[in-house]
Design a protein around this ligand. Structure first.
Ligand code: COA
Length: 317
């Protein structure tokens, strides 16, 4: 016994920042960002935080399936841009939505949604929970260096959530870590200990763009090949692939290498940019609400990011 996704929700802050607006304060252009990344606009927090976005996405997901907060047995959340180191986002969601179950966060950057699903699968398998809420929420605008055109044009803020219920909708997964901080890192504030000899680093996202790009394409291709092979499936058996929205060119290149038509890959990066742990649940919610998913459809979720980590799974809708 694993789980099925019975509800989805998302929330993005109302403020929209276009590429043209960005080009007023960093040396970039709408044309460059559209062509090299695929982003046209992103939603950016003004008076909201990651916790606020998380709670709104969570409530939307619960309403989507008519689940009361009191029915939840587990909440897992993920963020790299939360308000506080403690309490975790999941604990704040638990209180604000009025749930009573235990809650914890995981840290797996942009691959977190699949890591959360896989973690939840263990609780379902042991019969420990009957309903769970999974939330990815990010205020990336807080940790982006707005003077670095190599990163600030890519990211956006938002949250996505899913409600899981005991069922047979989690088919298989592949989780990979290649630990290291050379390619992507987000340093923490190092404190002010009078004894520390460690030099502070700027608390912004650092990313080697081209290395990340290569890692992402290879990760998506090897994960999807493995999932199909291990489950005796071909791409024709898969209704849709929902990739982490990091760069449209990453998705196009992976599709070409896998010889899978790009139409099978869901893309919404143009609207939101890269919302890290929120990108896949936001995409799932858009698909769910637009009626594009049919019960029984096999869907591949595929994600990669800081860690470095990549994680992909097949779900049965
Ligand atoms: N606007 C205009 N020019 C830009 C720019 C911007 N926002 N960012 C970089 N450039 C310039 C560079 O300075 C460079 O100029 P030069 O040739 O004069 O030196 C040129 O564009 C090419 O830079 P490069 O870094 O090779 O660009 P790229 O095609 O690799 O694109 C990224 C850069 C970051 C968009 C791309 O590498 C990428 O998307 N990587 C993956 C990022 C990712 O997935 N991150 C999330 C992981 S979860």
């Amino acid at each position: 016994m694993s789980f099925s996704i019975i509800g989805t929700g998302m929330y993005v802050p109302p403020k929209i920042v276009t590429n043209d607006e960005l080009s007023k304060f960093v040396d970039t252009s709408d044309e460059w960002i559209r062509q090299r990344v695929g982003v046209e606009r992103r939603h950016i927090c003004t008076d909201e935080t990651a916790t606020d976005l998380a709670c709104k996405a969570a409530i939307n997901a619960l309403e989507n399936c008519g689940c009361a907060p009191g029915e939840l047995d587990l909440i897992i959340a993920a963020t790299v841009s939360g308000d506080m180191a403690s309490p975790s986002v999941s604990c704040m969601v638990q209180r604000r939505i009025g749930a009573e179950c235990f809650a914890f966060d995981i840290n797996a950057a942009c691959a977190a949604f699949v890591f959360m699903l896989d973690t939840a699968a263990g609780f379902f398998k042991r019969g420990r929970v009957k309903k769970a809420l999974i939330v990815g929420a990010e205020q990336m605008s807080k940790i982006v260096n707005w003077e670095d055109r190599g990163t600030c044009v890519i990211f956006g803020d938002g949250a996505g959530a899913a409600v899981l219920e005991a069922g047979d909708g989690y088919v298989d997964s592949v989780l990979t870590t290649k630990g290291g901080d050379e390619v992507i890192r987000i340093p923490h504030f190092i404190g002010k200990s009078p004894f520390s000899t460690i030099r502070p680093q700027e608390p912004y996202i650092f990313m080697e763009g081209q290395e990340t790009f290569k890692y992402a394409v290879n990760a998506m291709c090897s994960d999807i090949r493995k999932l199909l092979e291990d489950n005796n499936l071909t791409a024709d058996d898969i209704a849709l692939i929902v990739p982490h929205q990091a760069n449209k060119r990453i998705i196009d290149l992976a599709a070409a290498r896998l010889k899978i038509p790009t139409e099978k890959f869901y893309v919404n990066i143009q609207e939101y940019g890269n919302t890290s742990s929120a990108s896949i649940p936001i995409a799932l919610d858009e698909l769910n609400r637009s009626g594009r998913l049919k019960r029984g459809d096999l869907i591949v979720l595929t994600a990669f990011g800081g860690g470095l980590s990549n994680a992909s799974c097949i779900i049965k809708w």
